[in-house]
Design a protein around this ligand. Structure first.
Ligand SMILES: [Zn+2]
Length: 269
């Protein structure tokens, strides 16, 4: 999910991929571990969800300050209001579906950076891209799917799980301080390549769990799926995976298939 932090952004985890079985598998095992957060760069650290969330909050504040300084933060009051209103609806559902996240301090800001897409950091810190929403002409339902997908990455502790996988594959990363470790997981080509399939699987999972969250929150499935139709339409290579994301056409197809299996009458979705 490349911190993934970058939007749109699992595969061989369960062999033959099964969306429903996988989602229920993960959701039945919420990560509730709470450990002492070691915030010092100088001391050894032990990876935990709490440490990842603590670090994300610091990174988020830094990013927000940079955007404000560059006059790229929350420049459209109406887009900020639309996005915040959708988050408000989705987070109420999230607190019911993922009770261990009830104490989270969700935050949402919008960015006007041209090259950056939307993402949600660990612990519920969202940055939604105005240029991305404008390029795709997202209506409120489609915007809800985007926000719900990003929220799912945080709700499923994808950042922690990716960090844990990186440590498992590259144990020497433990010798770095935590911030440098996270930078390496985000930017090191060797690590990114090694985690590519893991990251793509997380994207499929965020698609499904985000979709389910938005459905339970009251959004219409057929309208939510249009987000993925637009994603395919706006992609230069709709049938090819990127380094961190599955092919848009595949994402659309998997979600459509799942939804049709749930609701046989929604075949037009
Ligand atoms: Zn994603």
């Amino acid at each position: 999910m490349s911190r993934r932090r970058f939007t749109f952004l699992i595969t061989t985890l369960l062999g033959e991929y099964c969306l429903r079985a996988f989602a229920s598998h993960v959701m039945a095992q919420p990560i509730t571990e709470v450990t002492k957060v070691n915030a010092s760069d100088e001391e050894p650290w032990r990876l935990s969800p709490a440490l990842v969330i603590h670090s994300a909050a610091k990174r988020y504040q830094k990013k927000i300050q940079e955007l404000a300084h560059g006059h790229l933060l929350d420049r459209s009051a109406s887009f900020l209001q639309r996005s915040s209103s959708i988050l408000s609806t989705l987070r109420q559902q999230a607190s019911r579906d993922f009770p261990e996240t009830q104490a989270w301090q969700w935050e949402l800001h919008t960015s006007d950076e041209a090259e950056e897409s939307s993402y949600c950091m660990a612990g519920g810190k969202l940055l939604i891209s105005l240029p991305q929403a404008q390029r795709m002409s997202l209506n409120d339902m489609e915007l809800a799917m985007l926000i719900s997908h990003e929220m799912a990455h945080a709700l499923l502790h994808h950042h922690f799980l990716e960090d844990r996988e990186a440590l498992r594959r590259f144990p020497s990363l433990q010798t770095k301080n935590f911030e440098d470790f996270q930078d390496a997981v985000d930017e090191d080509d060797v690590i990114l390549t090694a985690l590519a399939e893991f990251d793509k699987a997380q994207e499929y999972e965020a698609d499904l769990v985000g979709f389910q969250l938005a459905l339970r929150a009251g959004f219409a499935g057929a309208m939510l799926i249009r987000f993925f139709e637009k994603l395919r339409k706006h992609s230069a290579y709709p049938n090819f995976d990127s380094k961190s994301h599955p092919a848009p056409a595949q994402r659309l197809q998997r979600l459509r298939t799942w939804y049709q299996q749930q609701t046989p009458t929604a075949k037009q979705a």
